[in-house]
Design a protein around this ligand. Structure first.
Ligand code: DGL
Length: 265
């Protein structure tokens, strides 16, 4: 047993979608989360900037004595994973792209749309991994940067993400996409809007589920699952407004006294 926390980080509130699923399947784990709200969006940053920001976030989480690091951000997973794994080679790091490969390869029929940030689309990380398992699939990266802002602003259930997505998908309606990967951890928050635009019948893959299962598998394998009767959830954010706190509370439906929020930096 190991009651040290699991550490998560993202550019903002998006990674909370992965935390939510983690808490759902492992209710005895302490969690520390860092949302870099001062520097969101990560999708418009260079790989060098992303690496620098990730090193700062991981350094922070290691100072909080985390037993495992979860990169709850596709943009960082897509652009920095090998580098981060080689820098921090004495702690396990879970990303949010490798866990979706199996589900994508086993459920997609012909054509996949990866809804993601510009930096993730540019990296073609999903395509490279999925094609190893299913070379027959066609994979289209569709950058949807406004969705991150719509979620950070709390406008996820409005017409704003729907109108933006209509525009972003304009060139793809003739591609017969049967499966969409939510290739940004912010996007599951706007799932209703996404379904309204891409169609209710489409296969939609949210990385949160497979990532949480991956975390569980790793903790079991290493025999470091926690046994906290009343686990604590500690959220840190680097700037911005009250939105981070309010949206996180809404998404997780946490009880008073179970969590803390701290402005960091
Ligand atoms: N939620 C992140 C991702 O999964 C970052 C989005 C952003 O800040 O642009 O890519």
């Amino acid at each position: 047993m190991d009651n040290r926390p699991i550490g998560f980080f993202d550019s903002g509130v998006g990674g909370v979608t992965v935390v939510k699923e983690t808490i759902r399947i492992m209710d005895k784990e302490n969690i520390v989360y860092f949302g870099d709200t001062k520097r969101v969006p990560y999708g418009e940053k260079t790989p060098a900037q992303l690496l620098e920001f990730s090193k700062q976030a991981i350094g922070f989480l290691l100072n909080k004595n985390c037993k495992l690091i979860v990169i709850a951000c596709n943009t960082v997973s897509a652009n920095c994973l090998p580098r981060l794994k080689s820098i921090y080679n004495n702690i396990d790091i879970v990303d949010v792209i490798s866990p979706v490969v199996e589900e994508a390869a086993s459920t997609a029929k012909h054509n996949i749309g990866v809804l993601a940030t510009r930096a993730t689309v540019k990296s073609r990380a999903h395509e490279q991994l999925i094609k190893k398992a299913r070379p027959d699939l066609n994979i289209f990266g569709i950058a949807c940067p406004i969705l991150v802002h719509a979620v950070e602003e709390g406008f996820y259930d409005s017409l704003i993400p729907e109108i933006a997505l209509q525009k972003y998908c304009e060139g793809y309606w003739d591609k017969n996409i049967d499966t969409y990967i939510l290739g940004c951890t912010h996007y599951p928050v706007a799932l209703n809007a996404i379904r309204n635009v891409v169609g209710q019948d489409k296969n939609i893959i949210d990385p949160a589920k497979s990532t949480a299962l991956q975390i569980q598998k790793l903790l079991e394998m290493k025999n470091i699952l926690a046994g906290n009767a009343t686990p604590g959830y500690h959220f840190y954010y680097s700037g911005g407004s009250e939105n981070f706190t309010n949206i996180t509370k809404t998404l997780l439906g946490l009880k008073e006294g179970q969590y803390t929020f701290t402005l960091q930096g």
